[in-house]
Write a protein that binds this ligand. Sequence first.
Ligand SMILES: [Zn+2]
Length: 65
Amino acid sequence: MPIYEYKCEKCGNIFEELRGLSHRDDPVECPDCHSEAKRIVSQCAASIGGSYSTVGSSCGSGGFS
Ligand SMILES: [Zn+2]
């Protein structure tokens, strides 16, 4: 099952969820504030490797909107 990244619209928390293809765009609850989070479409998800510090610099910030 693939891992998708989600970003909370309220607190900006970014987290990963294991989800099936058919559920990847379903609403997710932020683990921090329990608001709705939306999936981040990232073209470089495989290169992130658990660290978010490089996101934006190496992948560009255009995928977050
Ligand atoms: Zn949140």
